[in-house]
Unconditional design. Structure first.
Length: 493
């Protein structure tokens, strides 16, 4: 534990949904739900307006629609979210060399390592400036927690939501944690929480009072010791700058179980190509190809094949995944497929040609039994979540106009009406609202799905004239200067 609250945790507020509201003036102040729109889709993020109806992340989309039938339901636009995330992470990198991203919208920052804060006053000032400059650059809001440890900084940012800042003074940890639910502590999920509840422990103070020996008896040595330390406010984990990905993978859940073996193989090949796109986007290669199959009865099988060397060749990954599929019985039906690559390394061309030759040779040996004719393959249908979004982004402009898909919420451009976004599509029609992030709410028009004047488009930036923050945090324009050490923001205790 540090003597000063110089560990900062930033958590963007309802990130995906807030980005959609910033991009779409007609949705501001209205309930927005982002996620997979198929019958088996789940909620990725819900706006605060939608949360008032009980909608939350990881909820089945069908349940969300029952709770909030009038909300806007959109397919994720990961290209936009990654762009905004890069902007935010670049700002954090200006504060310290020790930035630990947890996801696209969340990160720890060691302010002390960056030399920008060494006490409560300087930490608060930096936290306020960060919130202000994030809003000016991205148009979005984030909540900031400041404390002497990672655990408490994360708890503080959660307590500060939405769009707030909470600083926990070192030495007040036990007093702050005591009345909180045990679920606030890292590692206490529904199962552990229920186990503790049956033992009469529902608050953090109960864990501290129970003692280490009792928690070890209930939960085992590793978990019991760690949980007791956290209940006392102890957390010595450092902020780690490099959180290197150990794998790259993609998966799709299908609205209807797949029974046709030809269709299953086609989907595996498509997923393998998407996986390689991500692998190359990260500038990495991998040595082990992994296939994931969830069958009709929810049983999940994984199969893997280790290659002779790291690769990012789509043919190698595609054929390896197809070989792995041959060892899996899919006759009862498949509800989910996934392809991943592990054993990541920096990009290398070593032995790629040999691997491609091996894959080609193996493919030729099994072609008669396994490789369908092109005209026998079924087209990929609508899928939930990121799968549908990625399918729309990747090469959609090359599809025949009549077969083009228009995911809800995605960007389009019309030759006459300009930039807009898809409100919905079906029965050969697509409905578009034409507006930009900095325009008033726009008009709605409907077109045929094969209208040649309508094309998919790239997302627009969320702020029309972003400020120049190149000198931040050494100096900050007057128009952006935050309240600094103002008493308006919350401090604990």
């Amino acid at each position: 534990m540090r003597a000063a609250p110089t560990i900062l945790h930033l958590d963007m507020d309802a990130f995906y949904a807030s980005a959609e509201q910033a991009a779409k003036p007609s949705l501001r102040g209205k309930p927005v739900v982002v996620g997979g729109l198929g019958t088996r889709g789940v909620v990725a993020t819900a706006s605060y307006e939608a949360r008032r109806f009980g909608v939350h992340s990881a909820m089945p989309m069908a349940q969300a629609r029952r709770l909030a039938p009038n909300a806007a339901y959109l397919v994720p636009r990961f290209a936009l979210y990654r762009t905004v995330s890069d902007q935010v992470m670049e700002l954090l990198g200006r504060l310290s060399p020790l930035v630990e991203p947890l996801s696209l919208d969340e990160a720890f920052v060691d302010l002390e390592a960056g030399g920008v804060a060494d006490d409560s006053a300087s930490a608060r000032a930096i936290g306020e400036q960060l919130r202000t400059v994030i809003g000016a650059v991205t148009g979005l809001s984030g909540s900031v927690g400041l404390a002497g440890s990672k655990m408490l900084a994360k708890i503080a940012s959660e307590e500060a939501k939405p769009d707030g800042l909470l600083l926990i003074e070192p030495g007040t940890e036990r007093e702050l944690l005591a009345p909180m639910s045990v679920r606030i502590l890292p590692g206490v999920g529904p199962a552990t929480g229920d186990h503790l509840r049956r033992a009469g422990m529902t608050l953090v103070s109960h864990l501290a009072e129970a003692g280490e020996a009792e928690l070890v008896r209930l939960l085992g040595k590793a978990h019991g010791v760690a949980l007791h330390r956290m209940a006392l406010g102890h957390d010595d984990r450092p902020v780690v700058a490099e959180r290197d990905a150990k794998s790259v993978s993609v998966e799709d859940t299908f609205d209807v179980d797949l029974h046709d073996r030809v269709r299953v193989r086609s989907e595996v090949e498509r997923l393998a190509d998407r996986c390689v796109q991500r692998l190359r986007g990260a500038g990495r290669s991998g040595r082990t190809v992994v296939l994931k199959v969830r069958r009709y009865d929810f049983s999940t099988l994984t199969r893997s094949e280790t290659l002779r060397g790291p690769t990012d060749d789509p043919t190698v990954v595609r054929e390896a995944a197809a070989r792995l599929l041959e060892a899996v019985d899919t006759t009862g039906g498949v509800r989910l497929l996934g392809v991943g690559v592990t054993g990541l390394a920096d990009f290398t061309q070593e032995d790629l040609f040999a691997q491609a030759a091996d894959a080609q040779h193996a493919a030729e040996e099994s072609a008669a039994a396994a490789a369908p004719e092109p005209d026998e393959r079924e087209p990929a249908g609508e899928r939930a979540g990121e799968g549908a979004a990625a399918g729309a982004d990747a090469g959609e402009s090359e599809e025949p106009l009549a077969s083009r898909r228009w995911p809800a919420g995605h960007d389009v451009r019309h030759e006459e009406h300009g930039h807009g976004w898809v409100q919905g599509s079906g029965v050969g029609r697509v409905t578009v609202r034409f507006e930009e992030p900095w325009s008033p709410p726009g008009r709605v028009r409907t077109f045929r799905i094969d209208d040649p004047r309508l094309r998919p488009a790239e997302p627009l930036r969320l702020v029309r004239d972003p400020v120049d923050y190149s000198s931040w945090p050494a100096s900050l324009p007057k128009s952006l200067s935050g309240p600094g050490t103002s008493e308006e923001e919350t401090s604990r205790p």
